[in-house]
Design a protein around this ligand. Structure first.
Ligand code: 3H9
Length: 697
């Protein structure tokens, strides 16, 4: 018998137990073990029903994702699920934790399903660029009908046990935490009630009811908006439709063919890289796993603006009390009102109850004095980007806060070491860079200063997880990982327009790559004044930052969405960017002033200059140790800036483009465009020389 799957009998019940931590994924050993255990159960004359149950934290959470992209060994999962369904003894799946993907498909191959009330089920394959490939697209609609199956399979969302019971996916839901006991009781009932073998494949009522429905075309139309650029959601619809148009066996074959198409698509590789990357970033290089973590039970925030308010919500959402300090009562009132409005909006959408809104608001205490930070465990400063002010604030925090409190800055560009130098405890100072809107965006770029202690680093990573963020630990430099690369892209985008491109042409190349918005639409969202102020500061400090047509926009008060005019214009109440002839004229005028004759610019040049420049900078960031691994950069860009997860992030994408292609373009632009951003990164040159990829680092 396999080490990860065992068979034993208790009374008249044959029990198959899977024990393959952490999530009982269906790797080869589990698949072959299950098949052998099933055979044992079939041959066990004393067994009148067979129970399938899992040890550890969860039921089977899916196929073993680590096996994807490699040759798969027999038995394949569809073979196993069909064998389970063909059992001539009633087979019961007992579900706790999550039954996901191939795990739910395994349960659907069983004849009855019972679950604990806090269990969840789902078919999240689409999030990995796949579709359920072990009968899920054929069996689920037989239980739920077309619409619900399409919803579950194309979104990949999990649903709770009680909802699954109402939909017919489960047969019973029980309270408690002993899944084995619940499963045994259910199996005994099956025996006592002489319940028959009941195969999902034979349930055709819902198939007949939805045959010929236009729901499939409706879904395809919806997906054109919701899943722009994605491959597998459309294949999911094709596969589910096959359940309605083809006999069961034929439907399975169609599902298999579509599954194979998805498996071979580059999007699958990108999404699986993102899946593991998101988990891998939590393991910070050089930070021992057993590093002690400080308790963070109370938080202080400085600044009740958009950023401070959004940050406060993250903590209130998980029950951590927050004190927000502002200089003026008016700013405090305004900030608190915006937080309330955000919560009320969630309540209107049915995401929160009114009681929850009040509970969360009650956790946020407004204050006008730093004295209220005396007992907090963590303070996050979220005032605007001005070093002198930040240093003043940190000096004050140093006086007020208790020993051991973590002093964090939400700065998006400034030097953490310089900020820390204003305190007598630089080891407790760290960057926690949230992304706007801070209550929504999943990335938290945590910045280590040169003196930040391991304990503080480990604590901010743990805090990130606690508030539902993906924390990435990065080093200290101007703009850290995300904004340092973004600024290079921004500079190139502006120059491309100087030289002859239109802002909408630049933006379209980026949205075609899969970004939710282009560089200029993003500037309008963030506010044109933000970049303008940064350029002005840098000019004042003596840097050679050339004049830009975007400076003129800022000087004319075209600050972006907030003034309904920036690079684009906006209609009242709308966020849709509309190209503006006035801006075209302004750009033309700027070119004349600068003596630039505009030229035709190809989309390929835009792609290379906007994205290859980021890759080259990413390589420098790696060289300097600002990011520990290419995947840290990928995750920063996926979760902070909307780099399409299906392309795996900029460094993973670069590997697919070919590093030699990128390097020769970088060298070309070094000659034609110039500037330090086009000096080839030594790491890029080395990798090309050695025939390696970022993925090999
Ligand atoms: C599929 O089933 C295809 C079939 O339809 C057809 C086949 C023919 N495989 O997330 P966590 C690891 S596609 C391998 O931190 P949580 C994970 O990397 C699959 N490893 O815990 C991590 O490792 P480490 C469909 C997996 O409690 C550890 O487990 N299924 C898998 O926050 C803990 O994970 C899915 O897409 C896997 N399938 O969340 C489910 N899953 O400790 C994907 C996890 O070394 N998984 N690992 O970093 C999840 O959504 C979450 O992991 C889960 C637990 C909710 C289960």
């Amino acid at each position: 018998m396999s080490e990860v799957v065992s068979y034993n009998r208790e009374g008249s019940i044959g029990v198959i137990t899977v024990n393959y931590p952490p999530v009982n994924a269906l790797g080869h050993a589990v698949r072959s073990g299950l098949l052998a255990a099933l055979e044992q159960g079939q041959n066990d004359a004393e067994a009148r029903a067979i129970l399938l149950v899992c040890e550890g934290r969860t039921f089977i959470a899916g196929a073993d994702i680590r096996e994807f992209g490699k040759p798969i060994q027999e038995p394949l999962l569809p073979t196993l699920v069909n064998a389970l369904e063909n059992s001539d003894k009633p087979l019961i799946a007992a579900i706790h934790g999550t039954a996901l993907g191939g795990g739910l498909e395994t349960a659907l191959g069983c004849h009855y399903r019972v679950a604990l009330s806090n269990a969840k089920v789902g078919l999240p394959e689409v999030k990995l660029g796949l579709l359920p490939g072990a009968g899920g697209t054929q069996r689920l609609p037989r239980l739920t009908g077309a619409r619900k199956a399409l919803e579950m399979i194309t979104t990949g969302e999990f649903i709770g046990a009680n909802d699954a019971l109402a939909l017919g996916i489960l047969d019973a839901v029980e309270e408690g935490d002993d899944i084995r006991a619940v499963g045994m009781a259910y199996a005994q009932k099956v025996i006592d009630d002489k319940k028959p073998v009941r195969r999902v494949r034979d349930m055709n009522d819902k198939i007949e009811a939805d045959k010929g429905s236009d729901v499939f075309d409706q879904f395809r139309d919806e997906l054109k908006k919701r899943a722009r650029g994605l491959f597998s959601p459309f294949k999911c619809v094709d596969a589910v439709e096959a359940a309605f148009n083809l006999p069961f066996e034929e439907g399975l074959k169609r599902e298999r063919a579509l599954f194979t198409e998805c498996m071979e698509s580059p999007q699958r590789a990108g999404l699986i890289h993102s899946f593991f990357g998101e988990r891998e970033v939590s393991k910070v290089k050089g930070l021992p796993k057993d590093t002690p973590v400080r308790d963070v039970n109370t938080v202080g925030i400085i600044g009740a603006g958009t950023m401070g308010g959004g940050i406060a919500m993250n903590f209130a959402n998980v029950g951590i009390p927050v004190t927000i300090v502002e200089v003026k009562q008016e700013a405090l009132d305004k900030g608190l009102a915006i937080i309330r409005r955000n919560y009320e909006n969630s309540a209107k959408k049915g995401k929160l109850t009114q009681e929850q809104v009040e509970q969360r608001m009650a956790l946020i205490t407004p204050s006008l004095t730093y004295d209220d930070f005396r007992d907090v465990d963590l303070v996050i400063e979220a005032v605007f980007e001005n070093m002198a002010i930040k240093k003043e604030i940190f000096a004050r925090l140093d006086e007020v806060c208790k020993p051991g409190a973590i002093l964090a800055s939400n700065t998006s560009t400034l030097d953490i070491d310089e900020i820390a130098s204003a305190t007598s405890r630089p080891e407790d100072v760290v960057g926690m860079h949230f992304f706007s809107p801070a209550n929504v965006m999943k990335l938290l770029e945590n910045v280590r200063g040169s003196k930040t202690s391991d304990e503080v680093k480990a604590t901010v990573m743990a805090v990130s997880r606690k508030i539902g963020k993906v924390g990435v630990m990065v080093g200290n430099c101007y703009g850290f990982v995300g904004n340092r690369m973004l600024h290079k892209r921004g500079t190139e985008a502006m120059s491309l327009v100087d030289e002859g491109a239109t802002p909408q042409q630049v933006d379209k190349v980026l949205t075609d790559l899969g970004f939710p918005m282009g560089q200029f639409a993003m500037s309008d969202l963030a506010g044109i004044d933000v970049g303008y102020r940064i350029r002005e500061e840098r000019r004042k400090s003596g840097e050679d930052i050339p004049a830009s047509w975007m400076d003129k926009l800022a000087e004319q008060g075209r600050l972006g969405q907030k003034t309904q005019a920036g690079v684009y214009k906006y209609e009242e109440g709308s966020r849709k960017p509309i190209p503006d002839p006035e801006v075209e004229q302004l750009i033309e005028q700027f070119r004349k002033e600068q003596g630039i004759t505009p030229r035709e610019i190809t989309d390929q040049e835009i792609l290379e200059r906007c994205v290859y420049v980021m890759v080259n900078e990413g390589a420098k960031i790696l060289e300097e140790g600002i990011a520990d691994r290419p995947l840290d950069i990928d995750i920063v860009w996926i979760y902070g800036y909307g780099f399409p997860a299906y392309r795996g992030g900029p460094m993973f994408w670069a590997d697919q483009e070919g590093l030699d292609t990128i390097l020769s373009a970088v060298k070309k632009y070094q000659d034609t465009v110039g500037g330090e951003q086009w000096e080839p990164a030594a790491l890029l040159e080395r990798l090309v020389r050695e025939g390696k990829k970022f993925g090999d680092l």
